[in-house]
Design a protein around this ligand. Structure first.
Ligand code: GAR
Length: 234
């Protein structure tokens, strides 16, 4: 979704690369269950990622992920979007919390709020999302049912840079699963979720190691733009 406020204004280029600290500081934004958050935490704990989680933010106080993040001792913050007058003031609160936490990378992991450029531009190139479809197919919601209804033979998950156009930022990595005639939205969602847990840490690792960067609205790897579907995970 294009934000009308920015029409006519050139988007800034990607923000500075990460600091050279040994461990990247990851902030994870969630709204619900938090299974992708846990896949990132596990990847930090196992040293697959040279990183640690510096903050988990949820806009939902009942979020299972927020509760389990507290239980395992991660720094957490609940920011209730309903108390803010508009999207921008909520985003300002997010931005302040992320800056205070000195986050290098911001990972959206089932964060069900649309962000405005106010929040996106300061972290351009350092803000990524996981989405349960093979983008550019099925941005938005109900991705699994839409893939089934369309008669697609395959579905999957995508890790992509976040830019002001909803679910349209350059793709970093995708993973596919077959859609079987017996699949329902629920069975498909759980097959895709398994793939999400594989590719999100991989995508984060590529960013931490600066093997992929965002330049001029393209995902760049080894000096060339990645194809529209990014890298395919095996
Ligand atoms: C995941 O399937 C993620 O791809 C999706 O929400 C789920 C969150 O699960 N995200 C979106 O739909 C964003 N548009 P989780 O809380 O268990 O990680």
């Amino acid at each position: 979704m294009e934000n009308g406020r920015n029409k006519g204004r050139a988007p800034p280029s990607a923000t500075k690369t990460m600091s050279t600290r040994d461990e990247a500081r990851l902030a994870i934004l969630i709204s619900g269950r938090g299974s992708n958050m846990h896949s990132i935490v596990d990847a930090c704990d196992s040293n697959f990622l040279r990183a640690r989680v510096c903050l988990v933010i949820s806009n939902n106080s009942d979020s299972k992920g927020l509760i389990s993040a507290r239980e395992i001792g991660l720094p957490t913050k609940y920011i209730d979007h309903r108390i803010y007058e508009n999207r921008e003031s909520f985003d300002q609160a997010l931005l302040s919390a992320l800056k205070e936490a000195k986050a290098d990378l911001i990972l959206l992991a089932g964060f069900m709020r649309i962000l405005t450029p106010l929040m996106i531009y300061p972290f351009l190139g350092r803000l990524i999302n996981i989405h349960p479809s093979l983008l550019p197919k099925y941005p938005g919601l109900n991705t699994h049912q839409r893939a089934i209804d369309a008669g697609d033979k395959e579905a999957g998950a995508t890790v992509h840079f976040v830019t002001p156009e909803l679910d349209k930022g350059p793709v970093i990595i995708q993973a596919k699963v077959p859609i079987l005639s017996t699949d329902t939205a629920d069975t498909l969602a759980s097959k895709i979720l398994e793939k999400e847990h594989e590719i999100y840490p991989l995508g984060v690792q590529m960013l931490i190691e600066q093997r992929v960067t965002l330049e001029n609205n393209e995902a760049i790897m080894n000096g060339s733009a990645l194809p529209a579907k990014g890298i395919s995970s095996a």
